[in-house]
Design a protein around this ligand. Structure first.
Ligand code: EPS
Length: 393
């Protein structure tokens, strides 16, 4: 299973083609739109999100609500495009135009963004050519892809949820997750402005986001994704490129501004002894094999253990600042403040939604690649069989 995305932040639309989905999978635009709306929300979002109402158009691969097995193409149009048709249009420029007349050109790269090195790499003197594609606007359509992946996981009895665990050092009380299912966590975070399970921490996060906005600054944080219901044995230990944890880590780091990833108790493992890290193995008739704890985050030897997958990612503060940092104008080479573009003071809550969806995609992909998966009913039967088999192993 694979997908490609295309689209510039202020171009006409974002496009994706998903290939390799099983046939007979129910997909509705309504469900995808719900996830797209969640990505647009969260405290700290900027003005662009007031312009857009991201909605998906399913343009191929689905008939009467179910996948055909052929490529599924999805489109999300940019409402802002109408303000950018001259600046971003695909048509050739008139021959007599003076290049300096092109509006909204960028020559002062933002530290921490792709602007400078992207310009060097592709030979763009107008750094807008980099910004337009490196913008996190592209995550819109990756959420649409992940939403389709979640529809598949749902059919297979697998649930997934993301929540914000930390913003600028303000941490949610992780004890509040104790004994809660993914669906229960979802019900809480859907009501919270920071997509956080801890209302006290969330109130402080809101304050910190407002302060950052006031100061023209930006702040980052940590998001966590939990996957429940995955049978043991997805992924593999036999070769580096079949390890599920490396795929999940890659997916997390593919999100704009994400700089680190950890599983289970994560980097805390460096501070503990083996006896305090590894999860003891239990068996009972009803549940089969489980672990007494889940410090490894549901993964051993690059494979799912059957315990919930717990993966976290850290997002740096967005590098587009209203109070810009020092930079250099690439035309004059003189020191200047970096260019100021519209931005979000904090996109961590929104990024938690992106994390949920890129992880959903990777899990769905690993399953589809491991089993015979031309048709959803066949895939379902094989997963049920795997669950029964691993239980009595
Ligand atoms: C985003 C859309 C963008 C930015 C933001 C994320 O729209 P615009 O550039 O028109 O404001 O708001 O992306 C960044 C700030 C960034 O640095 O990548 C979105 O749809 O999430």
């Amino acid at each position: 299973m694979r997908y490609l995305t295309a689209g510039e932040s202020h171009g006409p639309q974002l496009t994706t083609i998903i290939e390799g989905l099983p046939s007979l999978l129910p997909i509705t635009a309504e469900k995808v739109n719900y996830d797209l709306k969640r990505r647009q929300g969260g405290h700290g979002r900027g003005r662009r999100m007031q312009i857009e109402t991201d909605t998906v158009e399913i343009v191929s691969g689905v008939r009467h609500g179910k996948t055909l097995g052929s490529p599924v193409a999805l489109v999300v149009t940019n409402d802002d495009w109408k303000h950018w048709t001259k600046i971003m249009g695909a048509e050739e420029l008139p021959e007599d135009i003076d290049p300096s007349e092109i509006k909204r050109q960028i020559s002062r790269p933002r530290p921490g963004h792709a602007d400078l090195v992207g310009g060097m790499k592709y030979g763009h003197r107008d750094l807008r050519n980099v910004l337009e594609r490196s913008s996190a606007r592209e995550t819109t359509v990756r959420v649409a892809v992940g939403s389709v992946a979640k529809a598949l996981l749902n059919e297979l009895g697998i649930s997934i949820v993301a929540h914000v665990t930390e913003i600028v050092g303000i941490k949610a009380d992780q004890n509040l997750l104790e004994g809660k299912s993914a669906d229960e966590i979802r019900a809480i975070v859907e009501q919270d402005p920071c997509y956080c399970v801890d209302p006290e921490a969330s109130a402080k996060m809101v304050e910190a986001i407002d302060e950052a906005k006031q100061a023209g600054d930006s702040i980052g944080g940590v998001v966590e994704v939990i996957v429940e219901g995955l049978p043991a044995g997805i992924g593999s230990y036999v070769h580096y490129d079949r390890k599920l944890d490396s795929k999940l880590a890659g997916a997390m780091l593919s999100i704009n501004a994400f700089k680190g990833v950890e599983f289970g108790i994560g980097f805390e493992m460096a501070r503990k002894k083996g006896s305090e890290v590894h999860d003891e193995i239990l068996w009972d008739e009803e549940k089969g094999y489980t672990r007494a704890t889940n410090r490894l985050g549901g993964l051993e030897g690059g494979m799912s253990t059957g315990m919930p997958i717990v993966v976290r990612g850290v997002m740096k503060p967005i590098p587009t600042l209203y109070k810009p940092l020092q930079s250099v104008d690439i035309e004059t080479k003189e020191p200047f403040k970096a260019s100021v573009e519209r931005s979000d003071s904090c996109a961590v809550p929104a990024a938690s939604i992106v994390a949920e969806h890129v992880i959903a995609w990777e899990i769905a992909k690993a399953i589809v690649e491991q089993f015979h998966s031309d048709q959803l009913p066949q895939l379902k039967a094989q997963l049920d069989e795997m669950r029964q088999y691993t239980k009595g192993f």
